[in-house]
Design a protein around this ligand. Structure first.
Ligand code: EPU
Length: 421
């Protein structure tokens, strides 16, 4: 038996939806919490997603006491924490388990773990993380599926990233906060999630300047202690609901967001003719007919987010004329296009690019969520399509979308889960 999501398409959406804490900040904040020396960390706004369950398993494997206090408040107590080899399945369920590399290396000078997993989006090397650790004085070996990274002492260094990688920037920060002396990360990534992690580490006692710019300077400190932290809202979850609303709203308000984090999306939607009112911490989307085609190129923040490229592709099937979507981050991130074709979308995929012929109605079909944001693209498609869509491999969607069924039902969507043979 496998779990599927079934959506009866064509129903207009109305009402309000509240966005949760940012997945891609959360999955770094939880590993960052282990840097607290024998103390308690409170994190608020933790989304109810399976990636969090996997990270909690990893914390428990390290003997960190985890308590859930209410819906989105987690307490992590590192008093009896021990550095153990991370070889449980949870490591392979998500990419971000690699943040335990930086955090454990920073705290103990030693980490051994199996290869992290995560969505397949084409090759996803983490050579820049490892180069960063080496620059701080660590050595690593990869043997029989295990990474072992160690250092007698980590010493601050100047590190230039060949690519402004989110993961490498955060991982190096995690390793460097307790290193001796100054670390400078040049060509650092600027995503809001990096600022959130830096803010959290700073509250714990770290000395970090420049997060959110392309040069981050970290002066190593001797000790970090647990402090409370509120996670920023998830700009990708928000963007997904904004796209759904652009496709199907009569009147939908997306609340608990930072509109500034979404400007690359909202500017494209305005260009398409989406009827939106942008507030201080919310966006209202009104019924938008006669959408126009646009061209999109994914880029590092503040450019158009690759994570929204997939749901956006679905919306573009509704626009008048030809749109193009070009990927510069993950050139193979186009599996959703094959699934959308099964629903009648007219899309030509070439190297690192898709051309979408709009104005073609979608019809319901059986499709597969091949990765998290492909799943989101298919939910958007299911809402738009004539008839019923059945989405398989929904565990990908549950990795990153907090309570998606109930949030959509509250907006008037006809969506349900079933177990099928
Ligand atoms: N890259 C390298 N070497 C490295 C690291 C990255 O070549 O050592 C390349 C990657 O192959 C890719 C590019 O650099 O082509 C960008 O990768 P980045 O390291 O920035 O991505 P990431 O940290 O692995 C995070 C998000 C992704 C999001 C990307 C880009 C998390 C846990 N994941 O991944 O989110 O797509 O940044 O913004 O923060 C998602 O949420 O669905 C998701 C995949």
């Amino acid at each position: 038996m496998k779990e599927v999501i079934k959506i009866e398409g064509g129903h207009r959406l109305n009402g309000k939806v509240t966005i949760g804490g940012a997945k891609n900040a959360t999955v770094a904040l939880i590993p960052a919490a282990i840097l607290a020396d024998q103390s308690v960390v409170d994190i608020f706004g933790v989304p109810d997603i399976s990636d969090v369950e996997s990270l909690v398993e990893l914390l428990e494997a390290l003997n960190v006491k985890v308590t859930k206090n209410g819906e989105d408040h987690f307490v992590f107590d590192t008093t009896n924490m021990e550095n153990r080899d991370l070889d449980i399945d949870a490591v392979t369920r998500l990419r971000a388990s690699y943040y335990f590399m930086g955090a454990l290396l920073g705290k103990y000078g030693y980490v051994k773990m199996v290869m992290p997993g995560g969505c397949y989006l084409g090759p996803r090397p983490f050579d820049l993380h490892l180069k960063g650790f080496e620059a701080l004085g660590a050595t690593y070996v990869y043997d029989q599926g295990y990474y072992t990274i160690k250092a007698d002492k980590l010493v601050g260094a100047k590190i230039f990233l060949d690519f402004a990688s989110v993961g490498a920037t955060i991982n190096i920060m995690l390793a460097a906060v307790l290193a001796e002396g100054r670390t400078v990360i040049e060509n650092a990534a600027k995503e809001p999630e990096i600022i959130d992690v830096a803010n959290f580490l700073t509250k714990m006692g770290a000395n970090i300047r420049g997060a959110g710019t392309n040069v981050i300077t970290i002066e190593g400190v001797e000790r970090l202690e647990g402090k409370p932290h509120d996670i920023i809202p998830d700009r990708i979850e928000a963007g997904t609901y904004i796209i759904m609303a652009a496709a199907m709203a009569d009147d939908v308000t997306i609340e608990n967001i930072i509109p500034h984090h979404l400007e690359s999306l909202t500017s494209k939607l305005i260009e398409m003719g989406v009827n939106m009112e942008i507030g201080i911490d919310s966006i209202r989307v009104l019924r938008s007919d006669d959408l126009k085609s646009v061209d999109i190129t994914t880029q590092v923040y503040p450019g158009f987010a690759t994570d929204l490229q997939q749901p956006m592709t679905t919306l573009l099937t509704k626009a008048e004329g030809f749109s193009s979507v070009r990927e510069t981050i993950y050139t193979e991130r186009f599996k959703h296009c094959i699934e959308l074709q099964r629903m009648g979308a007219k899309i030509n995929v070439a190297t690192a690019q898709a051309v979408i012929q709009g104005n073609g109605p979608l019809f319901g079909n059986k499709v597969v969520a091949t990765d998290l944001r492909c799943g989101a693209a298919l939910v958007v498609a299911g809402l738009m399509a004539d008839g019923e869509t059945e989405i398989q491999d929904v565990y990908h969607i549950d990795r990153g979308y907090d309570d998606i069924d109930n949030k959509l039902i509250a907006l008037g969507a006809k969506i349900r889960r079933e177990f099928v043979e």
